[in-house]
Ligand binder design. Structure first.
Ligand code: AMP
Length: 651
């Protein structure tokens, strides 16, 4: 089971724990320092201390002048100085240019040895004092004033305690929550207002009659547009679609110029509907798969939003746009798309686990406008205070259903907790399950929903879906036979259920002298990127993958998808086959189905029928056998314990 779960889930940041205090050194990496603001404002923070050192890479010369000084801090606060995985101490070392060594603890206090130049030691000492003082106001050198503050904060704490029926002092959560809400509201109320209205409707668009609009929607993948929740009185009517790029962006000629460079003929259906909605500042949910042009649908309004805010970009505290994506691959793909459009010098950064954290911090610290991130890495950098998120005023949750499938809900909630509530929020999702609806209810304000294709599993209609019945033991031979007989221009992804299987097939092909690449969760990030790039540029024509590649991956000229192992969930089948038949081309999906897959037969039939594909008789029989088995089990009062899969005896 665990092996099957080959996603690229990122670890939730682990709570910092102070190790039992032995000698603790971090020398390997260096990071740029703490982030308080953005751009100029932010740079004041660390450059003020160590500007002349800021670009200096760590090398031995940093510790040349080996003066030492010992400071003492409360042992309970040492974890703060070390940070997650040693990240904070590395930051401190990099910023101060001093070497910091955590020493022995007497149970109450811990000695920290600082070495380097006098200047560096003094910087490190200040920074550590700052860190320790921040909440507790109690370093060794604490002043009376600080002690007063501490006592006061003790009094504060008392304010939130209450005595329960048993006479025990407990936290008064209602009071604490109310206090927190008030505090948040005060912080948010001090932020500059957000400008969201950037849309001037073209007269031709305004002149479309309701019948014209209906006709257009029907002709464009039967696109459906509605208010997701109650259509309250006072809400504006849903805007008409734009039919040309000019109708959307005539007032933004530089955007139009960028689109022209891409040689697109016309807006995709989701773009036609999304641009008027987003440009006028409404929240939007796009139910659409990758390949529909959804990225550009939310990206171009984001660029205009960034430029249109009243506070100049250099003076803003923190970036303006956040795009959250479930996987590194999708995040990188969005970044690639973002980088194609140059507008007013807007800068972006892609933050993902497995990427160069130090480099990511460096870019964030210099100042960016768009943050594209996976939830794990975003939280990591926010918690380490490299990223200030209070000013995000345009947020995109891309592939929300997948983020929830991957268990990111707590991290999404954590990420959005601090973000100003008057922001504009966009969500995309391939499906509309309860979890996604709940997320929309919590974080969106009167969203307009645009559904491209059917809400259910909209099987890709440009893919010819073939089913091949094979015994488990014969799969490999049939696959090799298929691969040996590929045409020179064929490009294929082979999906395996397990990482081990993917590695095995990859190795076998290499041994047979067939060039290919492998993409699965056991490969490190740079290998995965190289594998994908090799496929995209055509260095290889065969990619052996697990479901990590089933969504979001865009290889334009992919001709075939082979499901060596049938996926565990039928949704995954749709995502896998959707890798081909893209950008107006057709594709072929070949699925090996063995007796182990009989539980999926009925769902597969539904998809084949929906897409007007031939349904093999054998598949019908399989579905009937499975249903009969289930019925029999139910009658016998069984059906528990044994999974429905793998009952070979009933085949
Ligand atoms: P997405 O659905 O965002 O993954 O987009 C899939 C691909 O469609 C990307 O390579 C885009 O560059 C491309 N694309 C976006 N908009 C259009 C358009 N209006 N016409 C043709 N291709 C587009």
């Amino acid at each position: 089971m665990a092996d099957f779960d080959d996603d690229w889930r990122e670890e939730e940041p682990v709570a910092v724990q102070a190790p039992p205090v032995h000698s603790y050194e971090f020398r390997s990496n260096t990071f740029r320092g703490r982030f308080r603001g953005n751009r100029g404002r932010n740079s004041g923070n660390w450059r003020e201390h160590g500007g002349q050192h800021s670009n200096k890479r760590r090398d031995d010369s940093r510790f040349e002048e080996n003066n030492t000084s010992v400071i003492t801090v409360s042992s309970a606060k040492v974890g703060r100085i070390i940070g997650k995985g040693g990240s904070k101490i590395r930051d401190l070392e990099f910023e101060s240019t001093a070497k910091i060594k955590i020493g022995e603890s007497d149970g109450q206090e811990t000695q920290i040895t600082l070495s380097g130049t006098n200047e560096a030691i003094s910087r490190a000492s200040d920074m550590i004092n700052d860190l320790v003082k921040e909440e507790y106001g109690r370093s060794r050198q604490s002043t009376n004033q600080e002690t007063d503050k501490f006592s006061q904060s003790n009094d504060d704490r008392k304010r939130f305690m209450t005595t329960n029926a048993d006479g025990v002092e407990v936290i008064d959560w209602d009071k604490l929550n109310a206090f927190h809400d008030q505090h948040q509201n005060e912080r948010w109320s001090q932020l500059p207002p957000i400008v969201k209205e950037f849309y001037i409707e073209d007269p031709e668009v305004a002149a479309m009659s309701p019948t014209d609009v209906k006709k257009w929607r029907r002709a464009n993948h039967d696109i459906q547009v509605k208010r997701t929740f109650d259509d309250k009185p006072g809400l504006r009517p849903i805007p008409n679609p734009v039919l040309t790029f000019e109708q959307a962006f005539q007032h933004y000629p530089e955007i139009l110029e960028e689109i022209r460079k891409q040689d697109f003929e016309q807006p995709s259906p989701i773009q036609s509907q999304a641009w008027p909605i987003l440009l006028r500042g409404d929240d939007m949910i796009g139910i659409a798969q990758t390949g529909t042009g959804k990225t550009l649908a939310f990206l171009l309004p984001a660029l205009i939003h960034i430029d249109g805010q009243p506070i100049p970009r250099e003076e803003r505290e923190g970036p303006t746009v956040l795009i959250l994506a479930p996987t590194r691959e999708l995040a990188l793909q969005i970044e690639k798309e973002v980088s194609k459009y140059q507008y007013k010098g807007i800068k972006s950064v892609c933050l993902y686990g497995g990427g160069d954290r130090r480099e990511q911090i460096k870019i964030v610290t210099k100042g960016v406008d768009i943050v594209i991130a996976t939830p794990g890495r975003l939280n990591d950098l926010v918690m380490a205070r490299h990223l200030n998120i209070i000013n995000f005023s345009y947020i995109v949750l891309d592939e929300a259903d997948r983020m929830l499938d991957m268990g990111f809900e707590p991290q999404i909630r954590k990420s959005l907790f601090d973000v100003r509530p008057d922001r504009q929020t966009v969500m995309t999702s391939a499906t509309w399950p309860t979890g996604v609806r709940r997320l929309a209810e919590s974080y969106m304000k009167d969203p307009i929903q645009v559904n491209v294709g059917s809400l259910d599993l909209a099987a890709v209609h440009t893919v010819s879906q073939k089913i091949m019945f094979v015994e488990e033991d014969d799969k490999e031979a049939v696959l090799f036979d298929f691969l040996f007989n590929m045409e020179p221009n064929d490009k294929v992804i082979v999906f395996c259920g397990k990482k081990a299987m993917a590695t095995h097939i990859y190795t076998e092909l290499c041994l047979k002298g067939i060039e290919c690449q492998a993409l699965h969760g056991d490969r490190d990030q740079s290998d995965r990127e190289a594998a994908l790039e090799d496929m995209v540029v055509g260095n290889v024509n065969i990619l052996i993958a697990t479901d990590v590649a089933s969504r979001g991956i865009d290889i334009k000229d992919l001709t075939h998808v082979v499901n060596l192992d049938f996926p565990r969930h039928i949704e995954e089948y749709v995502h896998r086959i959707g890798r081909t038949g893209r950008a107006g081309k057709t594709g072929i999906a070949l699925s090996f189905v063995s007796r182990n897959d009989w539980a999926h037969a009925r769902e597969l039939i539904n998809i084949l029928e929906e897409a007007n594909q031939e349904v093999p008789e054998e598949l019908e029989k399989m579905a009937e056998r499975f249903e009969a088995m289930k019925l029999k089990r139910e009658r016998e009062g069984g059906g528990r314990g044994r999974g429905s899969r793998g009952r070979r005896d009933r085949w």
